[in-house]
Design a protein around this ligand. Sequence first.
Ligand SMILES: [Zn+2]
Length: 302
Amino acid sequence: MRRYLYVSLVAAFAVIALKLGAWRLTGSVGFLSDALESLVNVVAAGFALLMVAIAGRPPDADHPYGHTKAEYFSSALEGLLIGFAALGIAAEAVHRLLAPHGVRAVPAGVALSVLASLINAGVARWMLSGAHRLRSIVLEADARHLLADVWTSAGVIVGVSLVPLTGWLWLDPVVGMVVAVHIVGEAWRLVARSVDGLMDRSLPASDIAEVDHVLQGFRSDDVRFDHVRTRRAGTRRFVSLHMHMPAHWSLGRAAHCRLRVERALTEHIAGLVATIEMLPQGEESLLDGGRPDKPGPPADCG
Ligand SMILES: [Zn+2]
């Protein structure tokens, strides 16, 4: 994980240097705003490294469920940074539409910018494959950010290249505006995913189907499951459920069956934390609709 983030940090510095070079050669404000967008990458990647270090800490007395949700702060912040960078590009585009001006030494500037984008695209693809393997939203956010950066550069390169060919000074800001709208969409998706994580959205349907498949193997006239809840926190996945068994079973027999279910769930779904509450048939916990005044023999819990 850290290897990916360190490489992205080094690549970002190289990309900024190339894009600033393109700006100095051409005097194009498009290339300058492109370089500023890459600067946001460096800030975001540094913050992501910090968050991954926090997320990787083992559970402690103050945080008994671990620190994995720290990842969501990083991806939410990154979404906001991308959004602001896009608004900056849009503002610059409007400014240039109102006060058009030409650019110089375009082929050399384009060459530098293309090289920078090739570096970004290569690093982004490598990081996306790593993100899927590690199930990391931080890594995915970083990779999507880099891809957004490639789109920005492509728009700027096309716009700046066509200006001297056509003499259309308005073309550059219009292309910049289209790219900015695309980036705002990327930013929105990142923020939405972070909100999902912080709001404990359930696991994807494929994971829930896998849980149900495992439980199916244990269902019988005696054993019934209900109140299945799932959530994720960073790379960790959680399921909690009720396991209803006949009231006359001994606690030892019920616990043995419960253990088999827990083991099957964690073997089938990597990284799953299963919390299984044992209940007799016909009884529910208060949380799940059980009646506090349910009639029955007086309980002797001593
Ligand atoms: Zn139940």
